[in-house]
Write a protein that binds this ligand. Structure first.
Ligand SMILES: [Zn+2]
Length: 251
């Protein structure tokens, strides 16, 4: 009997031997899980396109409770992210960044239904043609927030006082948050007023209602990179690739 039957998002896969793969799944019921997919490669691959990154699948997993590595039984494709990835190079890169980010933020054996639903909503918004740049910032903002790592936008992290309701925000690394004028000077980075408004929108709206990307998103990217690197103690690979491609294509 299967240890677990659950819906899952495929985060990534790597080769194992001649014909198998290890897949990393974000399961709805048990957080991140690694499983061996026998026969997933080779001349007649068993799972076909079900194991592509960000596909949503229903899987049966076999193995011992608490094992590091399970075995994949059936994998029924519920939804493929393929269409979202064909919209543009930018969209394809966004999706690869999306699985890297989800992988980095998820823990094994810990169900995070809100993260799961967030990931589904973001992939769906990408399919509908939402701006990959904004979706990237949106996903980062929510992953940080759901993990308790997003500093409040309205309170000074040093004195606890209320910050002015509008205007630029000054981040201070030592305080892990935004600080008021009397608690400064802040280490930075600074968030201009329009970037702050964008963040407020992120925390208010679903990902398919974000509008067009504009200059306000850039400072948010740098800010999130800082927060993510501090949390993971490393930089992610995909955002660097995206920046390089943007430079090459002159965007
Ligand atoms: Zn203060």
């Amino acid at each position: 009997m299967a240890l677990l039957t659950t819906e899952a998002l495929v985060l990534r896969g790597y080769k194992l031997g001649e014909t198998s793969k290890v897949v990393v799944l974000l399961t709805r019921e048990r957080g991140k899980v690694r499983a061996v997919a026998r026969g997933a490669r080779g001349g007649r691959p068993r799972y076909q396109s079900a194991l592509e990154p960000l596909s949503e699948v229903r899987v049966s997993l076999y193995g011992r409770q608490g094992a590091e590595l399970l075995r994949l039984g059936e994998a029924e494709l519920l939804h493929s992210a393929f269409r979202a990835g064909t919209r543009s190079l930018e969209a394809a890169l966004f999706l690869s960044g999306c699985s890297e980010l989800l992988d980095a933020f998820s823990s094994e054996g810990e169900a995070e239904d809100r993260v799961y639903r967030l990931a589904l909503a973001v992939v769906e918004a990408a399919e509908k043609g939402a701006s990959p740049e904004l979706l990237g910032r949106y996903l980062e903002a929510w992953l940080l927030k759901l993990h308790g790592l997003y500093p409040p936008l309205d309170r000074c992290a040093a004195c606890g006082g209320e910050l002015p309701a509008t205007g630029a925000l000054a981040y201070h690394r030592a305080a892990h948050g935004f600080v008021c004028g009397s608690c400064g000077p802040a280490s930075g980075p600074d968030l201009p007023a329009d970037s702050r408004r964008l963040l407020v929108e992120f925390f208010r709206r679903p990902p398919d209602a974000l509008g067009e990307a504009g200059p306000a998103a850039r400072p948010v990217e740098a800010f999130h990179r800082d927060l993510i690197a501090a949390h993971l103690e490393r930089d992610l690979r995909a955002p660097r690739v995206i920046r390089e491609v943007a430079r090459e294509t002159g965007r």
